[in-house]
Design a binder for this molecule. Structure first.
Ligand code: PEP
Length: 254
């Protein structure tokens, strides 16, 4: 019997936000989140709003994270943001390998693995995003794809690095489409991922939080969270609406 892992819900704002809208959203989350029994909630605003968000969340139970990180140490990399800078701003989490970064910015498994290492070495918890496209799912290649994506980071950093990491299974076809994976289909992938990590280290696998992302909403969250290997959610669109995000948080351990 696996030990119960603390549930984790992270809100990815993507390239959205504005000073006034952020303040209103964060004010409402801050006020109402203590009622939710979710173990941990994080918000992941765009880089320019990290400092504002850190100040508005100061003293709250909500963690701060970023959506991307450079694989490089500080230096001549115009436009990049180093892991140490995110730590300076109070980031505890950072997404690596979100499908939009992979598809639109040419991030390969090798680059994502390097980003994972940069985040981890700086003391943050990387949230490693994995997921197949619709074509890959139709070709029955889902597990091949997510194992290949996982393997790149496992091979470079070893399983011990996953003691301080989160996996986010996000089928690409479910992101922003309204078409969530069924709880059973998502569970099958989460279970396979945990079993793959368990081959290298049983204890790390048992404690590893594997969250699901892809059109999570208030009305499908509880059924997803009821699956034994789904430990929370990476939420995109619904993270911009305080009521929708709070409803997802409340769906943990209802
Ligand atoms: C995401 O951006 O990671 C995501 C899961 O988006 P959405 O919830 O909108 O599908």
């Amino acid at each position: 019997m696996l030990p119960v892992r603390p549930a984790f819900v992270a809100g990815n704002w993507k390239m959205n936000g504005a000073l006034a809208a952020n303040a209103a959203l964060l004010g409402k989350l801050r006020m109402e989140l203590p009622e939710c029994r979710v173990a941990e909630v994080a918000v992941l605003p765009p880089f320019p709003y990290l400092d504002q968000t850190a100040r508005l969340l100061s003293g709250s139970t909500i963690s701060l994270g970023a959506q991307d990180v450079s694989r490089h140490a500080p230096g001549a990399y115009t436009g990049e943001v180093a892991a140490a800078m995110l730590v300076d701003l109070g980031c505890r989490y950072v997404l690596v390998g979100h499908s939009e970064r992979r598809a639109l910015h040419g991030e390969t498994d090798a680059i994502v693995a390097e980003k994972f290492g940069a985040a981890w070495a700086a003391g943050m918890t990387p949230i490693l995003c994995l997921g197949e496209t619709l074509e890959e799912r139709q070709a029955d290649a889902t597990l091949d794809v997510v194992f290949r994506q996982l393997e790149a980071a496992l091979a470079l950093h070893g399983v011990a690095a996953f003691a301080n990491a989160v996996l986010a299974y996000e089928p690409v076809w479910a992101i922003g489409t309204g078409l969530s994976a069924t709880p059973e289909a998502a569970q099958a992938v989460h279970q396979a991922l945990r079993q793959r990590v368990a081959k290298d280290d049983l204890a790390v696998a048992a404690d590893l939080r594997i969250i699901y992302g892809g059109s999570v909403r208030a009305d499908n969250a509880a059924a997803l969270f009821a699956q034994p290997d789904i430990d929370g959610a990476l939420v995109g669109g619904a993270a911009l609406d305080a009521d929708a995000f709070l409803a997802i948080c409340r769906a943990v351990n209802p």
